[in-house]
Structure formats: C-alpha cells, structure tokens
Design a protein around this ligand. Structure first.
Ligand code: SF4
Ligand code: SF4
Ligand code: SF4
Length: 305
C-alpha cells in the first residue's frame, strides 16, 4: 500500500478537482493507495485534535502539493511535506512556476496591501490585518524554490492523465518524464508559416465554418489569435495528444510553461510572432501575457514606479 499525502498552498483548488477527475483509472489505482492526509477531502488537524501537538503532517511515500508559496504558513507546510514524504510531486502551474497568483509579483507587497486595504473605490481605508493570519512572503514562490521537488506536473489545472501516469510510474518504480516538445508539435491545424490577419482582440472567438474539422482549420496564430503554442510544453492532450485548448478551438495560453527548464517564453513568443509577419507591439502587456503562468520562476518582478 502506497501512502499519499496531499496539500494545497496558494491555490484555487482546480488541481485537487483534477486528482478527483482521474475517473475510471482511479478505481484501478485506489486499492493500492492510502490517502493519509488531504485537507480538501478529509479533516486533519495540524496540531492534533485539541491543539496539544506540535505542527505535524503524517509520513507518506508520495506527497502531492498544489499551489505556490505566498505566506510563511505555505512555506512551513511545504517544508513539512518535504520532510515527511519520500517523493514530492508539484502539481499544477502554481506549484511549479507560481501560476496565476504569481502575476502579483509585478507589484511590491506594499502596493498590493495599499490596493486591497486602502485604495479600492468601495473600501473603507484600514490598516493591514496583522492578527491570527500568517505573514505574507515578499513575493509568490514556486514550491521548487523552497524545497526539492522530485516530479513536476504542469498545467492550469494539470491533467488527470498526467496525475494518473505519474502515480502509476511511481507505483511500478518506473521513470516518469514530460515531453520536450511544443504544443505546436502536437497541434493538427494547418500551417503555412504566414499570418493571414493582424492580431485579434484576446477574447475574439475563432470563426468556424459549419462541420469544419480541426485538421481543416488554419493555425490559430496565422489567423491572428494570440496562441502561445510555440513557446509552451506539450502534454495536455489526451490519448490522441491533441492539445486541450486547441481541441476546443481556443488558442493555447501557455499553462504548461516553457518547453525546457530555463527557456524564456517571452523571447520565444516574440520570435514566433514576428516570424509569421505579426507585429508583437500590438500586445499591450507583453510581460504579463507571456509570463502568465511562470511568474515565480524569475520572470516577473515589480516594475519601477
Ligand atoms: S494551477 Fe491552475 S487549477 Fe491548479 S491550483 Fe493553480 S490556478 Fe488552480
Ligand atoms: S500556434 Fe497554436 S494553433 Fe498554430 S500550430 Fe501552434 S498550437 Fe497550433
Ligand atoms: S493548450 Fe496550452 S493553455 Fe491549453 S491546456 Fe494545453 S498548455 Fe495549457
């Protein structure tokens, strides 16, 4: 029996839904797994039933962590998970790269506090709360910036297939790795390496003819939809590998992060956009747009005032 501990840090809970969303393969896995800790599903008191113990998470063979590190409490939970779990798996874009919450790294903590507690049009100005809540870190950190992570499952949310695949590999003692290819490499749309339109507004819908199949659709970026497939790691597709958003006729937003560790999605996207004749200067907030999911890993820092 393999013991599993799961924790969520600065997270929306979407990656926990993905774990539950594994569906039928979960039925095959469940008899081999024992969930010893999972706050989203079961009540577990960090300090014992009556607060009589020191902070503690049960020992486990595999630890799953979603969410990034926003507060001192998040950091302490991540350290305890590292101490108690033999193998630690970072689940989702937030845990691996900071994810959407790390867009806050564009601002100083003071600016964020001023905005939330003093500058809102509907807010009665007040001091920063200081009692009974954990202090915030200076910025959002990825889990791997605080503790050693053994396996990373990217995506916002990650996919049930990846979670099931990683758990199965760990159970069988086999290696688990992610593809080092781009979303474009698994995209079935037609490419002619030349844009047929200028960049469209972000929420404009892809236009389809009745009965048109994905294979007959022109590459979304060549049609002017900002698609981050060229700078994003593939792996979000199901058995047929067709990327998740492309399957739904939506451009890729980059949630699987860079194709390789250390790659710079903004530089890669600027190159991809200009190579088909589009003008990247039309994108107003390039820094946030191209680093939307990877802000903790050194990409987003407060802008000068
Ligand atoms: S990666 Fe996305 S779905 Fe997962 S916790 Fe973060 S915001 Fe939620
Ligand atoms: S840019 Fe987008 S639509 Fe075009 S091939 Fe790449 S993933 Fe597919
Ligand atoms: S297509 Fe892009 S944004 Fe959509 S799930 Fe895949 S990696 Fe994430």
């Amino acid at each position: 029996m393999v013991r599993i501990a799961e924790e969520w840090l600065a997270t929306c809970g979407g990656c926990e839904v993905t774990v539950l969303d594994i569906g039928e393969p979960l039925l095959d896995l469940l008899p081999k797994l024992q969930f010893v800790h999972m706050p989203v599903l079961m009540d577990h008191k960090y300090f014992g039933q009556t607060g009589e113990k020191e902070f503690e998470i049960p020992e486990a063979d595999v630890g799953l962590i979603s969410g990034g590190i926003r507060s001192e409490e998040n950091a302490r939970v991540a350290q305890e998970m590292r101490k108690k779990c033999t193998t630690l798996v970072a689940v989702g874009a937030c845990a691996n790269f900071g994810g959407i919450p790390a867009l806050a790294n564009l601002y100083t903590l003071q600016d964020l506090m001023d905005t939330v507690y003093r500058k809102g049009r509907t807010t009665e100005p007040a001091d920063n709360p200081s009692e009974d809540i954990p202090p915030l870190k200076d910025r959002v950190y990825a889990v791997s910036e605080a503790v050693k992570v053994d396996v990373g499952l990217p995506g916002c949310p990650t996919t049930p297939e990846l979670v099931a695949g990683a758990l199965t590999a760990l159970l069988e003692g086999k290696p688990f790795s992610l593809p080092e290819r781009s979303v474009c490499d698994d995209c079935p749309t037609k490419r002619e390496k030349k844009a047929v339109a200028t960049l469209k507004r972000p929420l404009e819908n892809v236009q389809l003819k009745e009965g048109q199949k994905l294979e007959d659709v022109r590459c979304l970026m060549e049609q002017g939809y900002l698609c981050q497939g060229p700078a994003t790691r593939t792996g979000c597709g199901g058995a047929d590998k067709v990327p998740r958003c492309i399957r739904a006729y939506m451009p890729c937003r980059g949630c699987f992060g860079p194709i390789r560790a250390g790659a710079n999605p903004m530089v890669d996207m600027m190159g991809a956009i200009s190579s088909i004749g589009l003008d990247a200067r039309q994108i107003e907030d390039r820094m946030a747009t191209f680093n939307r999911f990877v802000g903790a890993t050194g990409r987003l820092r407060p802008l000068p005032r």
